[in-house]
Design a protein around this ligand. Sequence first.
Ligand code: PLP
Length: 437
Amino acid sequence: MIETNEALAVRGGPKAVTAAAPANWLHGTSEIGEEEIRAVTAVLRSQVLFRHAGDPANSPVAHFEALFAQMTGARHVLAVNSGTSALIAGLIALEVGHGDEVLVPAYTYIATAAAVLAVGALPVLVEVDASLSIDPGDMERKVTDRTAAVIPVHMRGVPCDMHRVMAVARRHRIAVLEDCAQANGGTYGGRHLGTLGDAGIFSFQHYKIAACGEGGALITDDRRVFERAAVYHDSAYAFWMEEQAQKTNTPEAVEQWKRTCFLGENFRQSELHGAVALEQLRKRDRLLARTRAIKARLWPACEAIPSAAMETLNDREGDCGISLVFFMPDADSAVRICDWLKAEGVRCGTVFSKAFPDRHIFYHWDYVMNKRSAFRNGAPWSLERQPPRVRYSRDMCPATVGLLERAVMLPITQKMTDPYVDQVCGAIEKVARGWRD
Ligand SMILES: *Cc1c(COP(=O)(O)O)cnc(C)c1O
């Protein structure tokens, strides 16, 4: 029964969403409040910005690591200054070497591939499936005798098919570094993301679920992996540890750190960032409870759209709920239904376009596609074993482009009010009733 006020907004009818949209769609960043301000102020008043300068018992970075260990269930946590540096330290820790191949999904933030290149290894692109994360079948097809590791990326808060990813990785004896930069708080089979593989990394950058400006963390249960990452994250790490061991009068630890020491960088986290990251972690689960509840309400509305196919959720309970994706039969209908939804006041977008350089899609990773190096000798591509076989082209992952072209994505934030969510659901249902392919 079509009511008279059913005229679609795209055809000049009334707009379904009139309630105010959130002013800020970011997750952690839009939760910044008095807690973060107080924590940063306390660090500034203390005049201690470096974790090894003061008493470790008072270090916000150390407190952040301890809370994150508790929240993830991981045995070891290392705070660093970005998700990218956590990836680099993680690859070094897992002994990924020059010229090794590392499997990377074709849909991920470009930093995942950049980190592989930074350690002298070569990213090999793997198709994604309808969860928009790594396709375990294609992952297995891309394994060679040079594959050292895989980086499954839990994109937009949706867990990868970790059961199959781990089975393929174990079968071929390759290391697994989970990129959880967009999935802080997500779980798979009841376990926190980042604890299923050999190590996991997180980002606390401005756009992430918990944000501290620039920040990251590496988690692992493996003591040796933790130590290697820690040593690499600070060119003087073993010296700080020796100093600490001397203070606590543990001569065997002094000797152990002397042996463990190798070259490193400076990926350290400052106390200012640690203080913000700590407060943000305390807010994380409340935030995710809200995004998950909103996604559960948007889901049936989207499911009712004729010919829309919902995204695959590899673990429904473990999904962070920060986005919702459905697929239309072709790219044109995805663009068209997006226009209809947007006209009603629904925030949504298509994902792939040749014209818009989205840095989350391999197609737009110019320096990877063209093997453009920072070094005169062309490394790491020039370090490839003979005969070279890693090649890149824009048509190399057609399944990924095909899915992304047909995808319609709705961002979800905890700041969507109930009246707003009600109206967004109503708008989607209205479009669903009027939709003809
Ligand atoms: C943000 C992000 C990174 C990089 O994190 P930074 O903190 O910006 O260095 C890596 N991988 C994915 C999937 C990301 O979204």
